[in-house]
Write a protein that binds this ligand. Sequence first.
Ligand code: ZN
Length: 152
Amino acid sequence: MPLFEFTNKTQYGQLRKRIVHNESSQFTIKRGFGDFVAVRPFKYMSNSPYTPGLTRVNGKLYMIPDWVEVLPETTIKDIKAFEEETRGRKKGSKKVDNPTEWRFESKSDPGSYYVVKQISDYKVSCTCSGQYRAKDRKCRHMKEVMGELGIK
Ligand SMILES: [Zn+2]
């Protein structure tokens, strides 16, 4: 699982997303990325009904048959086939099969992380204690992620 989607907030308050490669499946966030820093495992999504593959053209790597340029470290394991997606949807399950994770570095305890997980289409969870203090039972990490996912 070497690909990650890395999100941080720019000094103008905009969310910036990047796909990055990391040797280990444990992603370490370097300090100095501002307020909102989140990382989650990432897979490229193929929109083609055919089995996706990878091909190198002029030193660049592309996911085929979509012809989307991908990171040079991408392997076939980092691609999610279109079919896989639809099959998951057809089950009609509200539960997210592979919960996606966002990590937030603790401000009071740098080096330790709170983990936000998407547990259903409408729900996220967080490992911090902020949610128990909040009236609506949602901490700022959950709100950030929900905002990003478009959950109200
Ligand atoms: Zn939290």
